[in-house]
Design a protein around this ligand. Structure first.
Ligand SMILES: Nc1ncnc2c1ncn2[C@@H]1O[C@H](COP(=O)(O)OP(=O)(O)O)[C@@H](O)[C@H]1O
Ligand SMILES: [Mg+2]
Length: 407
């Protein structure tokens, strides 16, 4: 159960409305550490606004080393970039305004989902079939959907590869609209179909774009999201792997059950970041979470979108902050926004555009094709054979992965 330190009676009472009933409230860091000693499975530590920033950071640093799977949530009356930056470095997973109960509740739910996923961890298994490429960012509006669609089109290599996109932004997915598609079926129609799911069943739910790209759209109503279980996502991806060379997953900006399942199945994870401190802070925390979960280690690729924005942070600083190199940079371009609005992705409307080229270079890298090469992939393969690995990492060498419970 979450434990809260550093909240006066009024704040604590306010927070109690969103905390699970048996949450603990303690008055000192010593009491907190004592509690954690006897409750090593604790999933969330909330550091309240009356703990000063240096003490909060020291505590977060300590917990990062001693309890890396416990989520530390920092509650502040004012959240500013200075605090966010420090929190990011100290390993705080969430910084939330103390009076924003919705955000506090959301942070606790995410902490719990992460703990559940970690507890049911088990070793990964070797996988057969197509490769799953997940586009992820803990932030919305950074270009995940735009990049998913353009990357999927690039991976098709003019029809050489069979590619599909699954819109796992289940509440607010906009892959279909980005491609000007009007799906008659969506992933919602797969609910309850886990037992008899096969290629034909899934194909009937997909919508074909005139490029040949197959799309499994998100439900039309956000409330369907809760009924798409992790087990369903797992079964779906298993089925798609057997029939597609590349399965591109667009995701919601959250570690929800469906996203965690997708990450668990992921072969290559594209992390999308932009040049603003809150996004970078969240991406840093997300990367740490992926580390803890053992997701796509050595097979993560940082895509820096809007990389030319003159905002005082450059790609080199991003690499320093995130501790990973930028795999590809895409500049801000009105043409991208126009292409989205016109429902005709840049990869199709302007394949020679610098942004199209940048995304294609990432696709080539994922396919194990030299960017300079315009010929066939380096590894000759038939449509039914597994896709070429993107890097020296072999799938059999996959690190230990978590599993979330499959019903
Ligand atoms: N590099 C870019 N330059 C200009 N506009 C962009 C760029 N990348 C994305 N956009 C625009 O930003 C908006 C949000 O992008 P989107 O892909 O929907 O983000 P997300 O899926 O992460 O929420 C869209 O209107 C898109 O056209
Ligand atoms: Mg999106």
């Amino acid at each position: 159960m979450p434990i809260l330190l550093g909240a006066d009676a009024q704040v604590a009472n306010h927070l109690r409305t969103v905390l699970p009933p048996d949450s603990q409230v303690v008055a000192s860091a010593e009491q907190l550490l004592q509690w954690l000693d006897s409750h090593p499975e604790e999933y969330a530590v909330l550091i309240g606004p009356s703990v000063d920033v240096p003490s909060a950071m020291a505590l977060a640093e300590r917990l990062r080393m001693t309890m890396p799977t416990t989520t530390v949530v920092l509650l502040r009356h004012d959240v500013d970039t200075a605090v966010l930056t420090q929190a990011m470095h100290a390993g705080v997973r969430e910084v939330v305004a103390a009076d924003d109960l919705t955000q506090v509740g959301g942070a606790i739910q995410r902490a719990h989902a992460l703990a559940v996923a970690l507890r049911s961890g088990s070793a990964g298994k070797g996988r057969e079939g197509g490769r799953i490429i997940t586009i992820f960012s803990p932030k919305g509006g950074v270009g995940k959907t735009t990049m998913s669609v353009n990357l999927a089109l690039a991976l098709m290599r003019g029809g050489e590869n069979k590619v599909c996109v699954v819109d796992l932004d289940l509440a607010f997915g906009d892959i279909a609209i980005t491609l000007q598609l009007f799906p008659s079926h969506t992933i919602e129609h797969a609910i309850g179909g886990e037992q008899y799911m096969d290629e034909e069943f899934v194909r009937q739910l997909m919508t074909r774009h005139d490029s040949g790209l197959m799309v499994l759209a998100a439900p039309s109503q956000p409330d369907a999201r809760e009924r798409v279980s992790g087990a369903l996502v797992h079964r779906l991806l298993e089925t798609l792997r057997e029939h597609y060379d590349y399965i591109v997953l667009d995701t919601a900006p959250a570690f929800d059950e469906q996203t965690l399942t997708a990450l668990d199945e992921t072969d290559e994870c594209i992390i999308v970041a932009t040049l603003d401190v809150p996004t970078l802070k969240n991406v840093k925390v997300a990367l740490e979470t992926l580390d803890v979960l053992g997701v796509a280690e050595g097979r993560r690729h940082l895509l820096l979108n809007r990389a030319d924005d003159q905002v005082g942070i450059g790609a080199d600083k991003v690499e320093g902050i995130l501790g990973m190199s930028v795999a590809v940079q895409v500049a801000t371009s009105l043409d991208i926004a126009k292409a989205t609005n016109a429902g005709r992705p840049l990869m199709l409307s302007a394949p020679s555009h610098p942004s199209s080229k940048a995304v294609r270079s990432l696709a080539d890298r994922l396919m194990g094709v030299s960017s300079a090469s315009t010929s066939s992939p380096s590894t000759p393969r038939t449509q039914a054979s597994p896709a070429a690995p993107a890097s020296s990492d072999k799938r059999e060498d996959s690190p230990r992965r978590f599993r979330i419970s499959r019903r």
